[in-house]
Design a binder for this molecule. Structure first.
Ligand code: PLP
Length: 453
């Protein structure tokens, strides 16, 4: 798990940081006794062993991707200063790094004049986007798909914004016809297009949503928390590619560096196309802003204290792996897609399994074939557990049976939803491990399906 070489570099680099403050008079800081420190950290390591191996390619379950070594080290380095990006007074260097890093993210969508910042994650970022949307379209409905992240429903509740859900098509995308019918009835303030749903990585039909906006004038918010970075990938299916190419036409965008951007948790990002929305954040604070007349990040974000270390980690990662089509970072995303397609093809060709639809990004959903949907649901859970015993970790999801519409065959549709297996293949290494993943999955399925007969 540990990359000892990068750990070795750390003390040298930390000394470089220390040198920057060498002119200050020496003082005694609160260092605990080393033996006690080692004992407590040993106990901490023991406790941390009680985790799934998220960093390993055999962890192919939920959306969990290890931070890049450079992100870990830059974060740890910044922790020695512990800057607070709430205001320039608290995090001068890291505020500048945040602005540069966010500019590069916005650049993926062709934005140069925009408003944006980092925040705690996708929930916080979407909260800000909907908070702004609610102020600009007071009393109007927020629409999102049935497969949108549950956070949208919750956020609308917190903000007391009226909302409605739009049905999904058989590929888990917002159904464009249902949306068109709904917006005709009026009263719609904002449509949230999910670019990469949490369950299946489906991409909502953004071009159709944008065409409806032209006619009806609602706001469009792109929740690209999961899929936003795929704008850099070269190997998307045509429809997903068309949607990702037009994210920059949304009014606001959420993208999570702590999902596909190789960052530790606590790193989301919200962007607004119109920098004027900054006025909505206006507040008076007699105590925080005194060192600069510039607009501080704290004046354009809902959160106050925020880790400058997150900005340092993101800045360092993007310096090493620029957000460029055809670059190393983009190649990593494409490898995840290749892994997902390879697993999907193996499942599709295998009589023991039933697949839903080809992955639009890097998430595959599938189930064991059975006499009925309820039997397949029970078997899915058993295969999930049998695989975990072999150290292969996939996930379980509850999805509408119409996602399997074309492939259910003789399987009796005795339930509205199917408990299925889900695999998020988001690590570049997954592609090299697909044969091993398949073997373990196949063995686990054999064990369970044989026991049934
Ligand atoms: C599409 C989407 N939006 C929002 C979120 C919420 O993000 P977070 O967990 O970072 O708060 C998620 C999380 O999986 C997501 O997939």
């Amino acid at each position: 798990m540990l990359d000892r070489e990068t750990l070795g570099v750390f003390s040298e680099i930390a000394r470089k940081l220390d040198d920057g403050f060498a002119r200050l008079p020496a003082f005694q800081n609160q260092s605990p006794e080393m033996a006690r420190l080692a004992e407590v950290l040993g106990a901490t390591a023991e406790r941390l062993r009680d985790n799934y191996p998220y960093f390993h390619p055999l962890y192919a379950g939920q959306m969990l991707k290890p931070p890049h070594p450079v992100a870990r080290l830059a974060y740890a380095l910044a922790m020695w200063i512990n800057p607070n990006n709430h205001a320039l007074d608290g995090g001068r260097a890291t505020s500048a790094m945040e602005k540069e890093a966010v500019e590069e993210i916005a650049g993926m969508y062709g934005w140069t004049n925009f408003l944006g910042h980092l925040c705690g994650g996708g929930t916080m970022a979407n909260l800000e986007a909907l908070w702004v949307a609610g102020q600009l379209r007071p009393g109007k409905k927020i629409l999102f798909s049935e497969q949108a992240h549950y956070t949208h429903q919750r956020i609308s509740g917190v903000l007391q914004l009226p909302f409605e859900t739009v049905p999904c098509d058989a590929r888990g995308r917002m159904d464009a016809n249902s949306l068109a019918t709904r917006v005709e009835r009026g009263d719609v303030g904002t449509v949230v297009a999910t670019i990469g749903t949490t369950a299946t990585g489906s991409v909502d039909p953004l071009p159709e949503v944008l065409a409806l906006r032209d006619k009806h004038g609602f706001r469009v918010h792109a929740d690209a928390a999961y899929g936003g970075y795929f704008a850099l990938a070269d190997d998307l299916q045509e429809e997903a590619e068309r949607a990702l190419a037009r994210i920059g036409e949304a009014d606001s965008i959420v993208i999570d560096p702590h999902k596909h951007g190789l960052q530790p948790y606590g790193c989301g990002c919200v962007l607004f196309r119109d920098p004027e929305v900054g006025r909505l954040y206006k507040h008076d604070s007699p105590y925080t802003y005194f060192s600069s007349a510039e607009l501080h990040l704290g004046e354009i974000s809902l959160e106050c204290s925020r880790p400058g270390a997150a900005a340092a980690a993101l800045w360092a990662t993007q310096r090493l792996l620029p957000l460029k089509k055809g670059g190393e970072f983009a190649r990593g995303l494409e490898r995840g897609r290749k892994a997902a397609r390879a697993l999907f093809e193996k499942l599709r060709a295998d009589a023991r399994f039933v697949t839903a639809f080809a992955p639009e990004l890097d998430i595959v959903v599938f189930a064991p074939k059975a006499a009925s949907v309820s039997e397949a649901s029970v078997l899915s859970r058993k295969i999930f557990e049998a695989a975990a015993k072999r150290d292969l970790h996939v996930a379980v999801a509850e999805l509408p049976i119409h996602f399997w519409e074309a492939n259910l065959g003789a399987m009796k549709g005795d339930r509205e939803t199917l408990t299925c297996l889900r695999s998020v293949l988001m690590k570049p290494e997954h592609f090299d491990w697909i044969a091993r993943i398949w073997d373990l999955l196949s063995l686990s399925a054999d064990e369970i399906l044989r026991a049934r007969n």
